[in-house]
Design a protein around this ligand. Structure first.
Ligand SMILES: NC(=O)c1ccc[n+]([C@@H]2O[C@H](COP(=O)([O-])OP(=O)(O)OC[C@H]3O[C@@H](n4cnc5c(N)ncnc54)[C@H](OP(=O)(O)O)[C@@H]3O)[C@@H](O)[C@H]2O)c1
Length: 304
C-alpha cells in the first residue's frame, strides 16, 4: 500500500471518527487522522485493504475495521469518505447498510469524493431529514498531497458543521476552506479541473513543438519555468512528459469522470467551455490508446 509520511499536527481534542474508502487517496488520509491521535474505524469494500490499514496503524489510537459503512459510522462524531463517483457515494451512504443508517443525530458526514454538486445537495437533504449533517469536500493535491498530508480541501455546507470538521481535517490538509452552501465544494473542484484541462493541452503542444524543433527541452523548461509560463503542471509534469513517462499520478479515467461532471454542470448553468469540451475528447483518444490509468499529462502522446 502507498506509504504515508507523518507530519506535525496541530493539537485537537481526540474524536471518534470513521473513514470509508481506503483507496489511493483515502488510505493515507485516514492514516493522518489516526496519527493525529483520533480513534478511527475504517470500512473498505475490499476488506483486505482495511485489514492492512489496521495492521499498519495498530500503534495509533485504537484502529478498528467494520464490515459495513453503517457499522463503521456507529458512534462516530465525524464520518469521512473518499470513494469513486456519485453512484459509489450513494452506495456507501444510503440503504440499510449505508453510513447514514448508523450515524447518530448531529454527527457529520464529510465527502472527499470528486462527485457532482447535485449528489452533494441530494445527500445534504437526505442527511438533514435524518438529523445529520453533510459537507461536500473534494480535494486537490493528488496522491503525493494525500501521503504528505498537504491536500487542498474545498467545502460546501453549513458553517457550524464545517467549523467542527475543519480542525480535524487539517491533519491531512494544507488548506481546508468553506466555499459556500452545499455543492459549492464540488463546483470549486470543477473550476480547478477546467483550469487544468486547457493548461495541460497547452503544455503538451509546447513540449511536442520544442522536441520537433530539436531544442534541449529540460533546459527550455528550466528557463521558461522561471518566467510567465510557469505552472504546477510545468514544474511537476514537464520533464516526465519530455521523457514520455506516464505510469503514475492522476489517471485519465478519473479526469474524464471529472470533465463529465463539469460539462454536465455547464449544460445546466449555461457556461461555454469550448476548450474543456475539446480536451475531454482528446482524453477519450488517450483512453482508446490504452491510457486509462496513465497520468493526465499523457495528452502529449496524441501529438507524437
Ligand atoms: N488519485 C488522485 O490523484 C486524486 C486526486 C484528487 C481527487 N481524487 C478523487 O478522489 C476519489 C478517490 O480517488 P482514488 O484515487 O483514491 O481512487 P481509488 O484508489 O480507485 O479508490 C476508490 C475507493 O473507493 C472504494 N469504492 C469504489 N466504489 C465503491 C462502492 N460502490 N462501494 C464501496 N466502496 C467503493 C474503493 O474500494 P475497493 O478498494 O474495494 O475498490 C476504494 O477504496 C475520486 O473521486 C477521485 O476523482 C483523486
Amino acid at each position: 500500500m502507498a506509504s504515508t509520511n507523518p507530519r506535525s499536527y496541530e493539537p485537537t481534542a481526540p474524536r471518534k471518527l470513521a473513514f470509508i474508502g481506503l483507496g489511493v487517496m483515502g488510505y493515507p488520509m485516514a492514516a493522518h487522522l489516526a496519527l493525529a491521535g483520533h480513534a478511527v474505524t475504517v470500512y473498505n469494500r475490499t476488506s483486505a485493504k482495511a485489514q492492512a490499514w489496521c495492521a499498519e496503524y495498530a500503534a495509533s489510537a485504537a484502529p478498528r475495521q467494520a464490515p459495513t459503512p453503517r457499522e463503521a459510522a456507529q458512534g462516530a462524531d465525524i464520518v469521512f469518505c473518499c470513494v469513486g463517483n456519485d453512484d459509489d457515494l450513494r452506495a456507501v451512504t444510503l440503504g440499510a447498510d449505508g453510513a447514514f443508517a448508523g450515524m447518530a443525530p448531529g454527527s457529520i458526514f464529510v465527502d472527499h469524493t470528486t462527485a457532482s454538486a447535485e449528489v452533494a445537495r441530494e445527500l445534504y437533504g437526505a442527511a438533514r431529514a435524518l438529523g445529520l449533517r453533510f459537507i461536500d469536500a473534494p480535494v486537490s493535491g493528488g496522491q503525493a498531497g494525500a501521503q504528505n498530508g498537504l491536500l487542498t480541501v474545498m467545502c460546501g455546507g453549513d458553517q457550524d458543521a464545517f467549523d467542527t470538521v475543519q480542525p480535524v481535517g487539517m491533519a491531512f490538509a494544507r488548506a481546508f476552506t468553506r466555499m459556500g452552501e452545499s455543492g459549492a465544494g464540488q463546483l470549486t473542484k470543477m473550476v480547478n479541473q477546467i483550469c487544468i484541462a486547457g493548461l495541460v493541452q497547452g503544455l503538451a503542444e509546447a513540449i511536442a513543438f520544442g522536441q520537433r524543433a530539436g531544442l534541449d527541452m529540460p533546459l527550455v523548461l528550466d528557463v521558461i519555468g522561471k518566467g510567465a509560463a510557469q505552472s504546477w503542471q510545468m514544474d511537476n509534469r514537464g520533464k516526465t512528459m519530455v521523457a514520455d513517462q506516464f505510469d503514475f499520478g492522476f489517471a485519465v479515467d478519473w479526469m474524464r469522470k471529472d470533465l463529465g461532471l463539469v460539462l454536465a454542470e455547464a449544460q445546466r448553468n449555461g457556461a461555454r467551455l469550448p476548450v474543456t469540451a475539446l480536451v475531454d475528447q482528446f482524453y477519450g483518444d488517450v483512453q482508446q490508446m490504452g491510457g486509462q490509468r496513465w497520468d493526465t499529462s499523457s495528452l502529449i502522446r496524441r501529438l507524437r
